[in-house]
Design a protein around this ligand. Structure first.
Ligand code: ADP
Ligand code: MG
Length: 250
């Protein structure tokens, strides 16, 4: 679905991503692993439109999406998880979900004057959808809490929930499990698997926890020093000597 063709991203003379070609297949969960500084986040930022690549191309379903800004990729259903920004911390968990979809009727001043019942209906629809998302993520009990008071892991779940408020197709998760306790990590993993199986989401997941990767991923891509070092099934990857060496080398 998403293919990188010889992607480079240089910062000055430093080659953070150094000629990466890879494919993220539709409907699968692909893991992206590698030692710190391997270029994983930089590659995500190139794919998700945060950085233009120095050279190379990214395509989605055959269409060239190289360098498109995040909001255009968002409209195509390609998203990186949204951080819960400070300005959203004071809103409730439910409101955080209701904020996500763009182009709501109520956003136009004109429609506020002409279409009040339309706005009420749209808000009702969004609220119902947000309630469903909370239930899916087992967060219903936090519905009216301020998002800022959630634990790190719960915020990660809420980030995942925000992708469910739009029609996502491909979701990029960068270290979604970092600093998250075991129980919540399992909940996050379950949510990813269900979104993949039940809604057909394509995932690419950067994560250091190899148990998490092995449980979730159909295949794993290993990066080191800006390049793709190996790819294969999780069980092969953990036995790959080059991969073991790359990890021990850091
Ligand atoms: P990973 O996510 O695999 O740990 P990153 O993609 O974050 O690795 O970083 C790869 C390398 O690129 C690191 O050495 C990092 O210091 C460097 N790097 C990342 N972003 C920038 C930037 N904006 N400017 C300069 N160097 C950067
Ligand atoms: Mg990173």
């Amino acid at each position: 679905m998403i293919i990188c063709h010889d992607v480079h991203k240089h910062f000055g003379g430093f080659h953070a991503v150094d000629g990466v070609s890879l494919e993220i297949p539709a409907g699968k969960i692909t893991g992206l692993i590698g030692p710190n500084g391997a270029g994983k986040s930089t590659l995500f930022n190139v794919i998700a439109g945060l950085y233009p690549p120095t050279s190379g191309r990214v395509t989605m379903g055959g269409e060239d999406i190289t360098g498109l800004p995040p909001h255009e990729l968002f409209a195509k259903g390609l998203l990186r998880t949204f951080q819960i920004a400070r300005e959203f911390s004071s809103m409730s968990v439910l409101e955080n979900l209701m904020m996500v979809p763009g182009n709501q009727i109520g956003e136009s001043l004109w429609s506020t004057w002409t279409n009040r019942s339309g706005i009420a209906r749209e808000e009702e629809r969004l609220r119902a959808k947000a309630e469903d998302v909370l239930e899916f993520l087992t967060l219903t009990h936090l519905r009216d809490e301020r998002a800022g008071t959630m634990s790190g892991g719960q915020k990660k779940l809420l980030e995942l929930g925000r992708t469910m408020m739009v029609d996502a197709r491909a979701v990029f998760l960068d270290e979604v499990g970092a600093g998250v306790n075991r129980t919540l990590l399992k909940t996050i993993g379950d949510a990813i698997v269900r979104l993949n199986k039940e809604r057909g989401y394509t995932f690419c997941v950067v994560e250091h926890d190899m148990d998490f990767i092995a449980r979730l991923c159909d295949s794993v891509i290993v990066m080191a020093e800006g390049k793709v070092l190996a790819r294969g099934a999780p069980a092969e990857i953990i036995r790959n000597e080059q991969v073991i060496e790359a990890y021990l080398g850091t």
